[in-house]
Design a protein around this ligand. Structure first.
Ligand SMILES: C[S@@+](CC[C@H](N)C(=O)[O-])C[C@H]1O[C@@H](n2cnc3c(N)ncnc32)[C@H](O)[C@@H]1O
Length: 194
């Protein structure tokens, strides 16, 4: 895990959009007149893709350089962008949303704030709205860190009770992280409120 998200995020702005976000955008259709939230937006690569597709975007991240970094990443298309430099534990309100995307970010908060934020983001979904999230599983190398949240499959499944699961993938395998080799246990989920 990087010590400094700023360093990690600085290297992310020009990579391809993450497949989970692309898939959710394809399922959602046009962003015109609709609102997306990018939780833990990092370098802003997915925020930029959402803006380019016509979404209004609220981007949240607690890394202090987020505002400047995002404005650099999105270039001229920032009229529909709201940036909030805020820790997940401090997020008490979110706009009504048609898409909530959280790429490899929600696990980086402890169980109490994860639980509160999850309740909030479920309540903020408009009918027809979608969640697209990566959650970390209990076999992950980082499992046990108290400032993070890890789930078993049943726990992850229960988070999307009442939603239509449109995509579910469980990775449970060795791989590479920014910090070096690790075991990844990641649930990647897209679910829709019908
Ligand atoms: C692994 S990066 C993912 C960034 C981006 N979504 C991506 O896919 O490249 C995790 C991001 O979450 C942010 N983050 C970590 N813990 C956070 C917290 N407790 N509250 C808000 N943001 C947090 C970091 O600053 C970082 O930008």
């Amino acid at each position: 895990m990087p010590d400094h998200w700023a360093e990690y995020n600085a290297r992310q702005a020009t990579r391809d959009i993450r497949p989970l976000c692309r898939r959710a955008m394809d399922l959602a259709g046009s962003g015109a007149g609709r609102t997306a939230i990018d939780l833990g937006c990092g370098g802003g690569r997915e925020t930029r893709a959402l803006l380019e597709a016509g979404w209004r975007v609220t981007a949240v991240d607690n890394e202090p350089g987020t505002q400047a970094r995002l404005l650099r990443t999105v270039g001229g298309i920032h009229a529909a962008l709201t940036v909030r430099v805020e820790a997940f534990a401090k997020v008490k309100d979110l706009p009504p949303a048609d898409l909530v995307y959280a790429g490899y970010s929600l696990p980086f908060t402890g169980p109490p704030s994860f639980s509160a934020l999850w309740t909030l983001l479920r309540s903020t979904l408009r009918p027809g709205g979608r969640l697209a999230v990566n959650l970390f599983g209990v076999h992950d190398s980082w499992a046990g860190r108290p400032e993070m949240t890890f789930l078993d499959a049943a726990g992850a499944r229960s988070l999307v009770d009442g939603l239509d699961i449109e995509y579910w993938d469980e990775e449970d395998a060795p791989g590479m992280a920014y910090s070096g080799p690790k075991h990844w246990h990641v649930f990647s989920i897209i679910a829709c409120l019908r």
